[in-house]
Design a protein around this ligand. Structure first.
Ligand code: GEK
Length: 245
């Protein structure tokens, strides 16, 4: 078994992985830190922006939630910046992710209590939250479930609470869409992925990760009850939006 830090992502170098639709299984959990850092431009900055939000929005006596926490990177970004008296709840439906997340959190020395749950975020009740992180998770939720989920998150937030929503974006203009996909693939090539690995991953993730436009996200966030929605980071076709209740 890999140590908590995980191994290098060579999953799509193998012919056998080429045909299967993408799943958050043990193989992905074992290389996920490397995979997300080399696949999402600005991933490290996304976590830093979440830490900034934690300083601003986390309230003593409340919880912060990390929905689709994978290996708890966003959980830890919040954990290191929340005030005393805040607990953090990380939720992911992938058992291998949660198992590795527990090992990673156990090695972290920050004091805020962390609870990690293996559950579907569509089923879990969320309450008394001052900050919710939904970092690159909504894009995996069925389209019809997205607005109800955001409405539940909005309702779970305390007055003054906020959501950080990070997503891969789609673009209405076909030329912009094509350009940003090409630039994203160039980014991945610069991170050491081969053209074959990039093409195989693209096929595997098709219909599993369904991106939407920024306009759709903004409209949905307002419809879900948020009063202020602002982009805090965009790198190529990846965005972080801060939505205040
Ligand atoms: C990070 N936020 O490093 N319920 C719970 N978890 C889910 C669900 C669901 N319905 N659907 C998908 N997931 C992390 C990265 S990864 C993003 C998040 C990516 C989980 C899934 O198991 C996976 O761990 C995570 O959402 C998405 O900041 O791989 O692009």
């Amino acid at each position: 078994m890999n140590p908590p830090a995980g191994g290098p992502d060579t999953l799509y170098a193998a012919e056998s992985a080429a045909q299967l639709p993408f799943r958050f299984d043990a193989a992905v959990a074992g290389v996920f830190q490397d995979m997300i850092a080399r696949s999402v431009p600005g991933y490290g900055l996304t976590l830093q922006m979440l830490a900034v939000a934690a300083r601003r929005f986390a309230q003593p006596g409340s919880s912060c939630h990390d929905l689709g926490c994978s290996l708890a990177a966003s959980t830890l970004a919040m954990r290191h910046h929340v005030p005393e008296g805040v607990r953090i709840v990380g939720i992911d439906s992938s058992a291998p992710m949660i198992a590795r997340a527990r090992e990673i959190v156990a090695l972290d020395a920050a004091r805020a209590p962390v609870e990690l749950l293996c559950a579907d975020i569509l089923d879990v009740e969320i309450t008394t939250s001052s900050l919710v992180a939904l970092n690159f998770t909504l894009q995996f939720i069925p389209l019809e479930a997205r607005t109800p989920l955001l409405a539940r998150i909005s309702a779970a937030l305390l007055p003054g609470g906020a959501l950080v929503l990070s997503e891969k974006l789609a673009f209405e203009d076909p030329r912009e869409q094509e350009l940003l996909i090409e630039l994203h693939h160039e980014f991945k090539a610069q991170q050491g992925y081969s053209a074959l690995e990039i093409a195989r991953k693209r096929n595997a993730i098709e219909n599993v990760l369904v991106p939407e436009t920024l306009a759709v996200h903004r409209a949905r966030l307002f419809a879900a009850g948020f009063s202020q929605v602002t982009v805090v980071l965009q790198c190529l076709n990846f965005v972080s939006v801060l939505a205040i209740r």
